[in-house]
Design a protein around this ligand. Structure first.
Ligand code: ATP
Ligand code: MG
Length: 430
């Protein structure tokens, strides 16, 4: 039997209903913040990621699904969203304004990682990007957007963790200090960190190797090396957060596994998920990204949110997403006893009634196999139908139907034309 590839998953009903709800929440919060959706390809030229995410990052070195297409193009299934949005931003001349431009995306990302709870090879992210605003107010805006989603999903106790990793101007001196700290301990570093030390020493700060974690614990912090402009941005950011009453903690060793970040980096954590995968959202500023892709200098800030983790969290939170799992009306229409003509008429009437009910916005179903009355009542039960309408030969003759409330137990006979009002009103009144 063929199974789904390792690290991927099928979303079946009723779970899929939770996804629809979750996606509705993130879209709705994005709408309130006046972000517009951008829809992009799921694969890009590999070079896009090596140039932005960074040649020496785990993502590019180890986690990308890269392949050649039939004419030898070097392509990669996107491992993250920002690079593609930046590419499209430039390609479609959005850098020419109006700015700031606020965009969001939603969709699958692909990373060759060791699958475990909250970590998959295909996962879904919601992400937002603000292009063209250097202001720390924009940092705070995207942070609160992420927090509002968490609130909406009933995740109390999310923790905001912040750091500033400076800009290319201040990073030179910082890198030197970091390398000076690590060189004497070179032999204790993992092979990745050793090979990256010259080209990209910052990566050691993000290394998952236990030995490296200990070594970098005492390393110099970027916060202590910020240039005046980065320091001012950092101070203002914290001032704004305080003035709007958003608690945060500073983690001097927080870096993200992507090279394009400058200044602010942040994570939103939800501790009950457990240390291995409690970061539900990660983001920061990428003021050099558009320039790096050959565009004009356009600052940016955004985040990516792991939707599987948000769903896992919501399950454990105070407002688990309901799956619905009920329908408004089931039409019971068992086979007519005498002859095919009546049967065909009954089926046509059932279809027609169902369609009219559906056009009024109600969920309605019936049994296309026309099994026995008892079997159909069972189906209505299984589907959690709130109302059942019984349509039989007698009803056809009198042009009236029996409506039964499955919740309250009442049953009444009403003219066919009144079904919509009776059921519709009852549904609307809860
Ligand atoms: P981590 O440190 O957990 O590996 P990351 O730094 O690789 O995360 P980002 O690249 O910033 O994460 O991605 C943004 C968010 O996407 C993460 O905070 C997380 O919620 C989610 N995410 C990342 N990788 C995976 C994955 N393999 N499976 C499920 N969700 C993921
Ligand atoms: Mg990762």
């Amino acid at each position: 039997m063929i199974k789904s590839p390792r690290g991927t998953s099928d979303v079946l009903p009723p779970e899929s209903a939770k996804w629809i709800y979750l996606e509705g929440v993130v879209r709705e919060v994005a709408r309130r913040y006046n972000f517009d959706e951008i829809r992009l390809p799921t694969f890009e030229h590999s070079e896009l990621f090596s140039r932005t995410v960074g040649e020496t990052t785990d993502i590019v070195e180890k986690e990308m699904y890269t392949f050649k297409d039939k004419t030898g193009r070097d392509l990669t299934l996107r491992p993250e969203g920002t690079a593609g949005v930046a590419r499209a931003f430039l390609e479609h001349g959005m850098a020419g304004g109006p700015l700031p431009r606020k965009l969001y995306y939603l969709g699958p990302m692909f990373r060759y990682e060791k699958p475990q709870a909250g970590r998959y090879r295909e996962h879904r992210q919601f992400g937002v990007e603000v292009f063209g605003s250097p202001s720390p107010h924009s940092d705070v805006e995207v942070i609160t957007l992420a927090m509002d989603i968490a609130d909406e999903l009933g995740l109390t106790g999310t923790e905001l963790v912040l750091n500033s990793i400076g800009c290319p101007k201040c990073r030179g001196e910082y890198k030197e200090a970091l390398v000076a700290h690590l060189v004497p301990r070179f032999d204790e570093l993992c092979s990745d960190c050793r090979s990256r030390l010259k080209r990209n020493p910052l990566r050691a700060l993000d290394c998952k190797n236990e030995g490296c974690k200990l070594l970098v614990a005492g390393a110099p912090a970027s916060l202590d090396y910020l240039c005046d402009d980065c320091r001012e941005h950092w101070d203002r950011l914290r001032l704004i957060l305080t003035s709007v009453g958003i608690p945060y903690s500073v983690d001097k060793s927080l870096v993200r596994g992507i090279d394009y970040y400058t200044r602010t980096v942040f994570e939103l954590k939800w501790p009950p998920l457990g240390a291995a995968g409690n970061t539900v959202c990660g983001g920061g500023r990428y003021d050099g990204l558009i320039e790096q892709l050959g565009g004009p200098p356009v600052p940016g800030v955004g985040f990516g949110m792991g939707l599987e983790r948000m769903l896992l969290a919501s399950e454990k939170g105070e407002k688990p997403i309901k799956t619905g799992g009920e329908i408004d009306l089931f039409i019971v229409a068992p086979k007519a006893k005498d002859g095919q003509a009546e049967d065909a008429d009954l089926q046509a009437r059932t279809l027609d009634l169902a369609r009219r009910v559906r056009k009024r916005g109600l969920t309605c179903d019936f049994d296309p196999l026309q099994r026995s009355m008892k079997a159909q009542m069972k189906q209505a039960d299984r589907m959690n139908a709130r109302f059942v309408v019984i349509l039989g030969e007698e009803e056809l003759r009198t042009n009236s139907v029996a409506v039964r409330s499955m919740r309250d137990g009442w049953q009444k006979t009403v003219p066919l034309e009144d079904v919509f009002t009776v059921v519709g009103e009852a549904v609307r009144n809860g």
